[in-house]
Design a protein around this ligand. Structure first.
Ligand SMILES: Nc1ncnc2c1ncn2[C@@H]1O[C@H](COP(=O)(O)OP(=O)(O)OP(=O)(O)O)[C@@H](O)[C@H]1O
Length: 986
């Protein structure tokens, strides 16, 4: 078959392979190769790679363009795919005959070398991008604006590199030559690197090499299957893995999106001397799965190829290690045993720390909280596991070995933060990720389509799906979830009840559907036994159970076969089978069922769950969980009992006690007990909230009364939501009296937005809701709409919101009388959102402040916005910092704002505004009776423009300041102009 036919026939497969992971990187790599091989010319590239369009549409366009170019181009396209795709994705594709890429003469110009060497340059520049900027800036090839345009946090490091290359090409031959010269100079370093690599293969003895092979195959075997699917069939990670949203924040609070390989890369480093990277994320956000993927790719030599040995650890398993061990024993006993010459292998590790990587999954599950009090640096001396672990993380032991630690955020205190090289946040699936994940779950695309469609019709459920574990559950039980007779699930408890029912039903000999009524009662015995094991485990931070412990709890083979418990995937050598819950959240769910259904429970069990302080050892003291309790730390442990899982348990308790599940529970526990439990939960929630409100500081004079919520506030709100009783929400919120509610950096995603809106809609007085630096996204925005009428201001800086989110927000916002301020700095907005803002401006003549900085609004968008602004009389603050309005946009805005009688503050910082724009703004100054500050830093205004501004200022005494730092003026001109008008700031 010809290459053209192959491209046509395999179109769906090719598209899936290149876009299936949800990341643009594979497509970009293919494009790099095609540019280098001259299959595509620059104009083709520009028409194909349109950032505003989804990756899939870019990929389709690529296939069309190449197909049109004929047989050779199609052959080279297939060759590029073959080079870029990972092995496992290639198996389904046929690449046809080998197409040799012709050796070309060296390009005549530096700009053309940027294209022909593009694949290599992208690789080289990834680790040197900051230095490259420095060189381009100091040689005058780049301005700050050029750097800012490339260095946008929304781009991944590879995307930044490609933008850098594109920008250098636009700048011309000098810039291209400068960049290539710089890269040549860094070459010796690279050569050193190569030499180093050569030395390694040379110095690594045959036994070390053998050990590396054994470790690789052991890690590959351990990470090949997704363990949590154990009870429901084994899924290969390759088939199921979907990229999650990974972000890193720099010192000044800006976030950058990362790819898997960047986890240990240079982007986002806060402390160069430290070598522990933290991957933090909420329960079920995919931390373990991400580490598993990382392990698998390393084992296949597809990632971290400069890492010679990778040792994966699980804190869950380390909990069960009571012996004092040396580092050597820890590595070899817990990961992989060298068959020969272990001393030599260990010496290799000691001598080459930079070639070794340790990963620690689930630090939050480690029984002891991190401390840096005890120092230990000897790799051969045995010490207790906590000492070993904490010294590794601090770098006292094995300095230079890179460590990647995954943990829930709550478990990382300030003392550990001190030792972090960087903190990477895993934020679950993006909307595209959800779609991608669902598609991977079903072999029948029709079914996948139906599930996606139903999800999109139920935003409460869709918002849950941003957390991968819920997404997985939803796809497992789609029949019950989406076609349920009892209504569509709303809460996390609803979803987990359905998954339990699904599991029991799966194993039942009865016909499908027969269990619907009374299924819990029928399986109460199993539920209580599992529940007791789960609760006692949580109390003791124990997540792995021996067969013996299961027996002591009366759990039989039949109970185990239900699938909630799975064999533990243990890398260490143990003699007996061990079990863990399918996922930790399921352990919490069974613990919650136990708290509610066990009639013999201590009456203080529920209030204790809701206590926020250190917990005392409970009446459910886990005396029988022998192996989990290390006697030497038993006393300390009462303080260390891990809170997040108990909080999740409390959340499930609230959900299970909701009115909707009353009948289900009544089958299993007396009505009086249920009522008692409900009262206890309501009382506990109300008390905990009161405590929270008590700490709201009195407002400083002249400032608004404001509350900065602690993470536990979000948890309490989620518990209230789970109860689905609006009177509880109403009563609690009646006591909250603040004007500003600050929830920044609180990991607020769509699920939290649903709960927030549920309670905030009951506020007596409107608040300013500040949700900056979370992961709200478009779905979260939609979830917030029910409380928009109670928000006078909404701050959503840095939240991954797109034009679609704005469409929905404005649709509702225009009808909310009290809604007056909106801040959307650093989101993903383009010109397509400005039509909505224009409508908002026209419709709301009491709107006060609109801040849209650091988005992607060009002159076209600014003109559209201006059209709305020309009908608005109320706006006081307009911020467009860091967009691309240019002169045209600035002029349109200035003209539109002339009619405004309230405008106080306007920012067009860093918008490519030149003197023409400045002269239009000067006219605005001369007419405005209200404007006080005009911000025009980092533009391209020259002397003419400033003179217009000065002239206008002479007629306006109200304006206090015009900021003009970083424009096209020499220091002498700045000094001279400043003398003419003191309100100008350069
Ligand atoms: N990237 C992913 N691709 C596909 N499925 C995923 C991904 N991440 C998570 N999942 C699904 O979600 C489940 C839970 O994920 P995981 O155990 O990795 O979360 P976690 O953040 O480690 O949770 P916890 O903090 O509770 O331990 C996985 O078993 C898997 O089914």
């Amino acid at each position: 078959m010809s290459s053209q036919q192959l491209v046509l026939k395999q179109r769906a497969l090719l598209l899936d392979a290149v876009c299936g992971g949800g990341s643009a990187e594979p497509l970009d790599c293919v494009l790099d190769l095609l540019l280098a091989w001259e299959v595509l010319i620059w104009e083709d590239y520009l028409s194909i790679r349109v950032t505003e369009k989804p990756v899939s549409s870019n990929a389709r366009h690529l296939l069309d363009v190449v197909y049109e170019k004929g047989e050779d181009a199609s052959g080279l396209l297939l060759a590029a795919f073959k080079q870029v795709l990972p092995e496992e994705q290639k198996s389904e594709l046929c690449f046809g005959k080998e197409y040799a890429v012709l050796e070309k003469n060296r390009p005549a110009t530096a700009t053309s070398a940027l294209l022909t060497d593009r694949p290599v340059l992208v690789k080289k520049l990834r680790d040197n991008i900051d230095e490259a900027f420095d060189v381009l800036m100091t040689t005058g090839c780049f301005t700050i604006k050029d750097c800012d345009g490339v260095h946008l946090p929304a781009y991944t490091p590879s995307q930044q590199v490609r933008r850098l290359l594109d920008q250098v090409r636009y700048k011309g031959e000098t810039a291209a030559r400068t960049l290539l010269k710089y890269l040549d100079q860094t070459e010796p370093e690279n050569k050193e690197h190569q030499i180093l690599e050569e030395t390694i293969s040379f110095t690594a003895s045959p036994d070390t090499l053998l050990f590396q092979r054994k470790l690789r195959s052991s890690v590959a075997a351990q990470s090949h299957f997704l363990s949590t699917y154990g009870g429901t069939g084994r899924f290969s990670l390759d088939d199921i893995y979907t990229d999650g949203l990974l972000e890193v924040m720099n010192g000044s609070g800006e976030t950058t999106t990362l790819e898997l390989e960047d986890v240990v890369g240079p982007v986002g480093i806060l402390n160069k001397d430290a070598d522990t990277v933290l991957v933090s994320g909420e329960a079920g956000s995919g931390k373990s799965t991400l580490l598993q993927r990382l392990h698998l790719l390393w084992a296949r030599e597809a990632l971290f190829t400069d890492i010679y040995l990778l040792f994966p650890f699980s804190c869950r398993k380390l909990n069960a290690e009571h012996r004092a061990l040396s580092l050597k024993e820890l590595l070899f006993l817990h990961c992989c045993w060298p068959d020969r010459n272990q001393d030599e292998v260990f010496q290799f590790i000691l001598d080459h720390p930079h070639l070794v990587l340790f990963t620690f999954d689930g630090l939050d599950e480690f029984k002891q909280g991190f401390t840096d009090e005890e120092h230990h640096c000897c790799p051969t001396q045995p010490v207790p596991i906590p000492t070993l672990l904490f010294n590794l993380l601090q770098g006292t032991l094995m300095k230079g070995v890179m460590k990647v630690v995954a943990s829930r955020p709550q478990a990382v205190g300030p003392s550990l933060k001190h030792y972090l090289r960087k903190e990477v946040h895993l934020k679950g699936f993006s909307p595209g990720g959800i779609v991608c994940f669902v598609k991977k779950q079903y072999s029948d695309p029709g079914m996948a389509g139906r599930v996606i469609e139903s999800l999109q019709g139920n935003t409460a459920l869709l918002s849950l799906c941003h957390i991968p574990v819920f997404c997985w559950i939803v796809t497992k039980c789609h029949q019950e979830l989406l076609g349920g007779e009892d209504g569509i699930p709303q809460t996390v408890a609803d979803v987990y009840l359905l998954v339990s029912q699904h599991f029991f039903q799966r194993k039942s000999s009865q016909p499908q559907g027969a269990l619907r009524k009374g299924w819990l009662e029928q399986h109460l015995d199993t539920v209580l036994k599992l529940g007791q094991l789960a609760m006692e485990g949580l109390e003791a931070s124990c997540y792995v159970f021996s067969g013996h412990e299961l027996q002591r709890h009366g759990l039989t083979e039949h109970d185990i076969s239900m699938g909630f418990l799975i064999y533990c995937n243990d890398m260490s050598v143990t003699d007996s089978k061990r079990y863990e819950f399918l996922h930790i959240t399921l352990q919490c769910f069974f613990a919650a069922l136990y708290v509610i259904l066990n009639r013999r429970n201590n009456r203080s069990a529920i209030p204790k769950l809701f206590q926020l302080q250190h917990r005392q050892p409970s009446s459910l003291s886990p005396k029988c969980l022998g192996h989990c309790v290390d006697r030497s730390v038993e006393e300390d442990e009462s303080k260390m009992v891990e809170k997040p899982n108990l909080q999740i348990t409390a959340q499930f308790v609230s959900g299970l006690l909701s009115l909707q599940h009353r009948n289900l529970l009544l089958d299993c526990c007396p009505a009086a007990l249920r009522e008692h439990n409900v009262k206890q939960v309501v009382r506990s929630l109300s008390k905990a909230m009161q405590r929270h409100f008590k700490f709201i500081p009195r407002p400083v004079e002249g400032e608004k009364k404001s509350m900065h919520a602690m993470p536990s506030f979000v948890w309490l709100i989620k518990c209230i939501y789970e109860m689905q009783d609006s009177s509880i929400a109403q009563n609690t919120m009646a006591k909250l009296d603040v004007e500003h509610l600050k929830l920044t950096y609180c990991n607020i995603g769509p699920v939290e937005c649903t709960a927030l809106a549920y309670v905030l809609k009951h506020l007596r007085n409107p608040v300013g809701l500040q949700l900056d630096n979370n992961c709200v996204g478009d779905v979260g925005v939609e979830q917030l709409l029910p409380c928009l009428h109670n928000c006078h201001s909404l701050y959503l800086r840095n939240n991954n919101i797109t034009d679609e989110g704005i469409r929905k927000l404005v649709e509702k916002g225009v009808h909310c009388e009290r809604f007056q301020k909106l801040a959307l700095f650093n989101n993903k907005l383009t010109d397509a959102c400005t039509q909505h803002f224009a409508w908002l401006m026209k419709s709301k003549q009491n709107f006060l402040s609109l801040r849209l900085g650091n988005n992607n609004i060009t002159s076209q968008g600014a003109e559209q916005l201006a059209e709305g602004l020309s009908c608005n009389r109320s706006l006081q603050f307009l911020g467009l910092w860091g967009n691309h309005t240019g002169d045209r946009g600035a002029t349109a805005l200035a003209n539109a704002l002339k009619n405004n009688t309230e405008l106080i503050w306007l920012s067009l910082v860093d918008n490519g505004v030149g003197s023409a724009g400045a002269s239009a703004l000067a006219e605005l100054i001369s007419q405005s009776k209200t404007l006080e500050e005009l911000w025009l830093n980092k533009n391209v205004i020259s002397r003419d423009g400033v003179e217009c501004l000065i002239k206008a200022l002479k007629m306006n005494s109200r304006v206090k300041e015009v900021w003009l730092k970083g424009n096209n003026l020499s220091p002498e001109e700045e000094e001279e102009l400043k003398k003419e008008e003191s309100r100008l700031t350069f």
